[in-house]
Design a protein around this ligand. Structure first.
Ligand SMILES: [Zn+2]
Length: 303
């Protein structure tokens, strides 16, 4: 073989190999891109978010809400005096961050972007309970033991999004106590109600708000039969006062799967579901999530 011909053949095969390599890389990038875009409810919002160096979704919230942060580069950002490392997902890096109910209304800077926190009015609720029930809240030893279990369950969240699509309200039912109410029990200030109470008949089926992993399902002293579910990236849902638990710690569940039944176990005055979201251990208004998702929040500025 002529040396020139040999060289030309070699050159050609190298070019083919590099073309195959490039095609493989492009396919991987396209798959990551698709995984990310499919989390949004609208492709144009997905594309505009992905095109930004750092996006805050939404950029206007109320006290007790939350935000989704998306960055093109790996980084740690500071928010409300805490550091959060964004975790890789798709082609970007993400975090879901809480806006505590106690945070002062203001315009804040986060990762070089501005976030407006609007005032939300939290009302006051006077609750009357029996002396026996009131005494439960003074058993601080039992309450501390349970808090250790809860802290352990919430200490480790999967570093990816376990949820997909909109979050569901776990039971229909009358909203008997909204999120964030300042509560007085038998005339004494007991603090903020960091959840919603949905009154429903005993035995009503409770649905998983979205897909996730059960990290705690057991009877606790104040919250009765209780479930904590990990949805990934530091986001957990909590279900309390159940009459029956239908899942176990470690179970993977789908959105809408029945996980337990409404009851009145623990510190409770009647059958209801006490429900909330915890984001990096901060309780968050559930109504920000229902029929929505952190990826849809851009559309929901007026909620
Ligand atoms: Zn409650």
């Amino acid at each position: 073989m002529d040396w020139l011909l040999a060289l030309m053949l070699l050159w050609g095969s190298l070019e083919d190999a590099s073309e195959v390599y490039t095609q493989q890389q492009e396919a991987i990038v396209a798959a990551h891109m698709q995984a990310e875009v499919s989390m949004f409810d609208n492709e144009s919002i997905a594309n505009s978010t992905i095109s930004e160096e750092l996006a805050i979704i939404p950029n206007e919230v109320q006290q007790g809400d939350a935000i989704l942060v998306r960055s093109q580069s790996e980084q740690t950002i500071t928010w409300n005096d805490k550091s959060y490392t964004l975790l890789p997902f798709g082609l970007g890096y993400y975090a879901i961050l809480p806006v505590p109910a106690s945070m002062k209304p203001n315009v804040y800077s986060i990762g070089g972007q501005s976030l407006t926190v609007l005032k939300k009015s939290f009302e006051t609720q006077m609750l009357e309970v029996t002396e026996e029930q009131a005494a439960m809240r003074r058993n601080t030893e039992r309450i501390k033991q349970d808090q250790k279990k809860i802290d352990a369950a919430r200490s480790d969240s999967e570093p990816t999004f376990l949820f997909d699509g909109p979050f569901l309200q776990p039971v229909e039912g009358r909203l008997s106590t909204p999120y964030g109410f300042t509560r007085y029990i038998n005339g004494a200030l007991s603090g903020r109600h960091n959840a919603i109470d949905l009154a429903a008949p005993e035995g009503t089926e409770i649905k998983a708000t979205n897909s996730g992993k059960i990290v705690l399902a057991e009877e606790l002293y104040l919250t009765g039969n209780t479930i904590y579910m990990d949805h990934g990236m530091g986001l957990f849902s909590q279900y309390a006062h159940l009459s029956k638990l239908l899942v176990q710690s470690g179970d993977r569940v789908e959105a809408g799967q029945v996980i337990g039944l409404v009851g009145s176990t623990g510190f409770s005055t009647g059958p209801h579901l006490h429900f909330t979201f915890w984001i990096h251990n901060v309780p968050t208004n559930p109504f920000h999530f229902f029929e929505s998702s952190p990826f849809y929040w851009e559309n929901n500025n007026n909620l």
